[in-house]
Ligand binder design. Structure first.
Ligand SMILES: Cc1ncc(COP(=O)(O)O)c(C=O)c1O
Length: 392
């Protein structure tokens, strides 16, 4: 009765954490394990949802509304300085119910489990767990590609053997990366796009932290396509409002890129995707058109990085992540540190091992680390970080 591929999914990191800590968070615990933004969303979200309440009574179209798609294209062109026309509202973009399900489903779009050779899916290590689950359930072989420390551990797909690249159907790249916060520069993105085109695979770039940055705005894969000057073939990017606009519960994002992929994805989503409700699309349309709240949001994260630096500089391998809102701290043994922090300080963090897989050398590259999400307000975060440092 059950699909045997399910046996190959490890428990999700938060289930593993609950097992490690003997249950869910207790009242009063500071939960820094999950990347769920606690900042207030812009007040207009509530208003737009209320204004469009009559539309809860309608099934939404898979492709969303023309206004939503136009807002997304406008945002992409402004944010990544794209030449007009490289992405088109009718051909290159689809709304998704949060990027998690889209990142999951894209493996079914890209991987042909009945191909003569088993498809390979390249992914970073450590990585957002959905990528591996998606590869396994699509009948593909997940191939973990560890990066070098001096590259912020970003995977370099050019190091993958030719024999694997030949059967690669899909490669996931996350920039800014969860958990390390590393950012892929335009040159690396351009090389990854060129490699995907040379070997005929789909490059799926998870850019859902692109708007949470410390210094310069991270480059995007569509920008790399523009630099190469030949359309957006072999590339899709994933963007979300969850982190950018602090609305993880709205479940709203989009996929943009290769027209063939977007069209196939729309076909698959007509069968198994959750179309975004029309009131949500109306709120999302407003959010993508507004940068004021995004700048204010970024400033809140920067203030927390300042606080983190003041407490942690010179300890646990602390560095200011250029993107995202996680600290990735080298504490020697991430699981032991997570237990100690939960029991002695009421702080829940995620052991880095739960975000990575043992490599061929038998080493789990996440094992020495904890991931700490700076999602609470400044005061709560600063106090928790002081307790964390004192406890460890
Ligand atoms: C790297 C990464 N990608 C995608 C997601 C999914 O976000 P959402 O489904 O809220 O868009 C997350 C959420 O934490 C994430 O960390």
């Amino acid at each position: 009765m059950l699909n045997s591929r399910l046996d190959r999914l490890t428990d999700y990191p938060f289930q593993r954490l609950a097992a490690l800590l003997g249950g869910p968070a207790k009242p009063g615990d500071v939960v820094m394990s999950i990347g769920e933004p606690q900042h207030a969303p812009p007040p207009f979200v509530k208003e737009v949802l209320a204004e469009h309440a009559a539309l809860w009574g309608k099934y939404p179209p898979v492709a969303g509304t023309p206004a939503f798609r136009a807002a997304v294209i406008g945002w992409l062109e402004r944010r990544f300085a794209l030449p007009a026309g490289i992405v088109d509202a009718d051909r290159h973009v689809l709304p998704v119910a949060g990027t998690r399900e889209a990142l999951y489903m894209i493996a079914q779009v890209a991987c042909d489990a009945e191909a003569a050779e088993r498809p390979a899916v390249l992914l970073p290590n450590p990585f957002y767990q959905v990528y591996a689950g998606a590869a396994v359930m699509a009948g593909a072989e997940p191939v973990f590609v560890a990066g070098r420390a001096e590259d912020g551990f970003l995977p370099d797909f050019e190091t993958v053997p030719e024999a694997v690249l030949r059967r690669t159907a899909l490669a996931y790249l996350c920039t800014p990366a969860n958990p390390q916060g590393s950012v892929a520069g335009l040159d690396r993105l351009t090389r990854a796009v060129a490699l995907a085109r040379r070997h005929g695979f789909l490059l799926a770039v998870d850019e859902c932290y692109s708007e949470i940055f410390d210094g310069a705005a991270p480059a995007g894969a569509l920008q790399a396509c523009a630099a190469l000057g030949a359309g957006v073939d072999n590339v899709v990017v994933f963007h979300s409002l969850s982190k950018r606009s602090s609305v993880p519960g709205l479940r709203s994002g989009f996929v943009a890129g290769d027209e063939r992929v977007v069209s196939a994805f729309a076909r698959l989503r007509a069968y198994g995707g959750a179309a975004t409700p029309l009131p949500v699309l109306a709120a999302a349309t407003r959010l993508w058109a507004d940068e004021t709240h995004v700048e204010a949001n970024r400033a809140l994260y920067r203030a927390k990085l300042d606080a983190a630096e003041a407490v942690l500089a010179g300890r646990f391998g602390f560095y200011r992540p250029p993107g995202g809102f996680f600290l990735w701290l080298d504490v020697g043994d991430g699981e032991a540190a997570a237990v100690k922090l939960a029991t002695e300080a009421g702080i829940r963090v995620l052991p880095g091992a739960y975000l990575a897989r043992e490599a061929d050398d038998g080493i789990n590259p996440g094992a020495p680390f904890i991931r700490v999400a700076l999602v609470h307000d400044l005061e709560t975060t600063a106090a928790a970080l002081r307790r964390l440092a004192g406890t460890l």
